[in-house]
Design a protein around this ligand. Structure first.
Ligand code: HEM
Length: 512
């Protein structure tokens, strides 16, 4: 059931790859979009701040003037500020759901997950504080409701909401404090966003340019079509309904449908549940990668490529004539093997025992070489192909045929380019298909990028010049994308057949 739902979800996500292209699919960049929306909120907010008056009597009017007098600038900025904030809530929550649904929350990811929960609280605090600042009927409702809610906590001795029941109770100083909070809270949010991504190597904090442009265009269009407005100045005599922004204010109805205590209980229980999920749904961790200094020249390729910054470089300690050596921090290691693929000692051509500078205890390189040899030996037919795949993308065993061998690795980034050379050596295989997770959605973030760059000779270790790139096909396919891989396989066969024809023609021309 879970697998079926997952496949259905992945298919739905893939539908967005048709208009956007796989690597620009917004589902694969939700964290980056959230980050980007923060900057839109910050820039539009900075503009609004220039004109905002912090006095209790001036606040509402200054926002009204921004909206109506300079609708083309202030009004637009106000709407962008509001919709980008709503967008942040939406993409942040989708980012949460997606990371959970794809199992990206346990083990080495616990820090990103737990810091993410803290970000939810901060984003909500910023947004609610912002609505308060407008000091319209909604602002006043939020003021009274929030103080009723907080007043329930035993730390407050007298009901806080009294401060907002009479207009004269609300002072200019209090408004200055609120607007100070509206600068400090986003700064704190930024600090925690930085912490959230600190442990991640080359974190994607800016979405692909077409997405960034599309997001701003959408916000401008929405702002022009449906400008953000106030709901009348704060008025204690007002009786009637108030429109809520459900992105930020959805918890408020619970206050009145149940009680402040119930809302606290609900939020506390959800926070505790979310924070403890990485441990509640823990799975047996895989063994972390091991360093073999005898086969390491301290090139730092593993350090550069590790997606979770689990490898540090320190001065060499074994007396060998190299400057540095890698050290693995086991609690950060994803056991993805990307560092094995980046090691120049991952050389299957070496005779005798094959040990690289880094080895996954659960899947040493020697085993992958033996598997490659075994698979190649069983191939029959004239077009013999090898498929290297990844355990988290398409199950490549489905592609096996009498002339197609398939080997799966923990991540396609674990594949050293020398293995492609090795498989093609002496015509044992005619072509190699490399299958990784969907572009932009690599389970270990960077495996797909690194293997593509290594095979295209843009990142070390490079695929050797003697290997024609025509013999290698790349395919980025998720669990349900069997058809995509079959198409790539067919393309590779067609290309190999054309190469064969070309070679036969040249041979004929040379002999005649
Ligand atoms: C302001 C809100 C947030 C922002 C701006 C944000 C941004 C990001 C970014 C930029 C990344 C790195 C993406 C990459 O390069 O692969 C990331 C990763 C991550 N985020 Fe968030 N995030 C936010 C909230 C959350 C929340 C609420 C959760 C879940 C509770 C969460 C969980 C994670 C996890 C688990 C990762 C690591 C994913 C992986 O290892 O593949 N984030 N986030």
């Amino acid at each position: 059931m879970y697998d079926q739902l997952r496949r259905l979800w992945l298919r739905l996500e893939d539908a967005f790859s048709t208009p956007f292209g796989q690597s620009v699919n917004p589902w694969y960049h939700l964290g980056a979009i959230t980050f980007y929306l923060f900057w839109v909120v910050a820039v539009s907010g900075a503009y609004l701040y220039i004109f905002y008056r912090t006095g209790v009597h001036e606040a509402y009017q200054s926002v009204e003037d921004l909206t109506n007098v300079q609708w083309y600038a202030g009004g637009l900025m106000r709407s962008m500020h509001r919709y980008a904030s709503d967008g942040m809530v939406l993409t942040m929550l989708l980012h949460l759901v997606r990371n959970f649904g794809t199992g990206r929350f346990r083990h080495f990811r616990w820090f990103s997950w737990v810091s993410g929960i803290l970000l939810i609280w901060l984003v909500y605090a910023c947004g609610i504080n912002g609505y308060w600042l407008v000091w319209d009927r909604l602002g006043q409702f939020i003021a009274v409701a929030t103080t009723e809610w907080f007043g329930w906590l035993p730390v407050f001795s007298e009901p806080l909401e009294r401060n907002f029941l009479v207009q004269t109770n609300v002072s200019d100083r209090f408004f200055t404090l609120l607007s100070f909070a509206h600068v400090s809270l986003p700064l704190l949010l930024l600090l925690f966003m930085w912490l959230h991504t600190k442990r991640i190597n080359s974190a994607e904090t800016f979405p692909p340019r077409p997405l960034a442009a599309g997001v701003v265009l959408m916000l401008v269009a929405l702002s022009l079509l449906h400008p953000a407005n106030s709901q009348g100045g704060a008025d204690l005599g007002f009786v009637g309904s108030i429109g809520l922004d459900w992105f930020f204010l959805a918890p408020y109805p619970v206050l009145y449908a149940a009680s402040p205590g119930a809302l606290w209980a609900l939020l506390a229980a959800s926070t505790v549940l979310l924070v403890t999920l990485p441990w509640l749904l823990r799975r047996p961790p895989k063994q972390p990668v091991e360093v073999h200094l005898d086969n390491c020249n301290g090139c730092a390729g593993c350090y550069e490529d590790c997606p979770y910054s689990a490898i540090a470089m320190r001065p060499r300690q074994d007396g060998r004539p190299y400057e540095l050596e890698p050290v693995v921090q086991p609690e950060l290691c994803a056991s993805c093997g990307i560092c094995v693929g980046s090691c120049p000692f991952s050389m299957p051509f070496r005779s005798g025992v094959l040990i690289s500078g880094l080895e996954l205890p659960g899947l040493p390189l020697a085993v992958i070489r033996a598997e490659t040899d075994r698979a190649l030996a069983t191939l029959q037919g004239s077009s013999r192909l090898v498929v290297y795949g990844c355990d988290h993308g398409l199950d490549v065993s489905q592609l096996r045929q009498r002339d197609v061998a398939a080997i799966s690795l923990p991540c396609i980034g674990m594949l050293p380019p020398a293995f492609v050379d090795y498989a093609l050596r002496d015509g044992r295989a005619q072509g190699v298909l490399v299958v990784g997770c969907r572009a932009g959605d690599c389970h270990f973030r960077l495996g797909v990028n690194w293997i593509e760059q290594r095979l295209q000779r843009r990142r070390p270790p490079y695929l050797r010049q003697r290997v024609s790139q025509e013999l290698v096909e790349l395919c980025w396919a998720g669990t349900p994308d069997e058809q995509r891989a079959l198409t790539s396989l067919a393309q590779l066969r067609t290309r190999l057949a054309a190469i064969g024809d070309r070679q036969r023609r040249i041979a004929r021309e040379q002999t005649s």
